[in-house]
Ligand binder design. Sequence first.
Ligand SMILES: [Zn+2]
Length: 157
Amino acid sequence: MAGEGYYPPVSAFSAGLRCVCPRCGRGRLFKGFLETARMCNACGLELASQDSGDGPAVFIILILGFVVVGLALWTEIAHEPPLWVHALLWPPLILGASLGLLRPCKAAMIALQYRNRGHTFGADTGGADTGTSGKGDLDTGDPGRGDSGRGDSGKGR
Ligand SMILES: [Zn+2]
């Protein structure tokens, strides 16, 4: 175990809203706008390899698209404004809401990944940390992986 001590469960919703570490709920998750910190500054959980992929963007596209299209349709039907009103209303709303939701969505997805797939957080790397933190260091179960230099097969000649 990489963590020392007991950490009570942190709600993914709460961790997402506050953009904090999914294990301790205190340390910062991001070091940039969307770049995760190398490790939690409160509990030391390794965060750099966490990748939520396109998940947050997909959820934002689907949910925000549904809301904004609904609002635009309602505005058009109820008020019949000129087109420039639509052009003024929706792009800033879409841009602002998308950017505003990206960080909490990504933090919530990382928190869900931590809760459901905790082994990918480097929790089972053992005690001796060599500092390499390579992503391929976790598969230690298959002997003879890629080592063809022993020369006992002799199929090359
Ligand atoms: Zn932490």
